[in-house]
Design a protein around this ligand. Structure first.
Ligand code: CMX
Ligand code: CO
Length: 150
């Protein structure tokens, strides 16, 4: 079951300037930053709220770290803006398998590591009415379930 919106991914040219925009305009503070070399991004997670299932919702601000990354390619074509949405689930493996069974392209054979030790996969935007869609299982803090680590 997909239980929440984990985050909205927003591509930007200048992470520091974009973080400052969200702070000055809305008062959102940076909860976490990291660089994910596999994905070719530097990111800032702005935590919006906690949720009933122990997870949270974030804005994920994304700046490319190399010219051949998917986000760099997307920015060159589209400019800044909403890049993807991410649904939270306790079982990213099971959800991905179910969705794959419906004929939708799941981009990874096995989920990969995303923000804050989460496990993530993506659905092809061309199979999702134009929306790049991510599935996320948060890293558990205590090994017992989803979302406790956030
Ligand atoms: N949203 C909607 N459509 C998109 C898209 C996006 N983010 N990215 C690409 N597309 C569309 C393009 O517009 C293009 O459409 P047309 O054929 O109609 O022109 C088509 O998909 C192919 O585009 P492309 O530029 O050739 O892009 P690629 O096929 O090389 O890559 C994708 C697309 C989805 C496979 C790639 O972006 C990907 O692997 N994404 C998953 C990983 C990722 O996004 N990582 C960064 C975020 C990490 C995180 O969230 O932690
Ligand atoms: Co994301």
């Amino acid at each position: 079951m997909l239980t929440r919106i984990d985050h909205i991914g927003i591509a930007c040219f200048d992470l520091d300037a974009t973080v400052e925009f969200y702070r000055a305009t809305y008062g959102f503070e940076v909860f976490h930053t990291e660089t994910n070399e596999e994905q070719g991004i530097r990111e800032a997670m702005l935590r919006i709220n906690g949720t009933d299932d122990g997870g949270a919702s974030y804005l994920q601000l994304l700046e490319p770290t190399r010219e051949d990354s998917t986000v760099a390619k997307w920015l060159a074509r589209n400019g800044e803006g909403v890049h993807h949405i991410a649904f939270g689930t306790a079982d990213v493996d099971g959800e991905a398998e179910q969705i794959r069974g419906k004929g939708i392209r799941v981009l990874y054979d096995e989920p990969r590591i995303g923000s804050m030790g989460s496990r993530i996969t993506f659905l092809h935007p061309k199979d999702c009415h134009g929306v790049l869609t991510e599935l996320v299982t948060s890293a558990p803090a205590d090994g017992t379930g989803e979302g406790q680590g956030h």
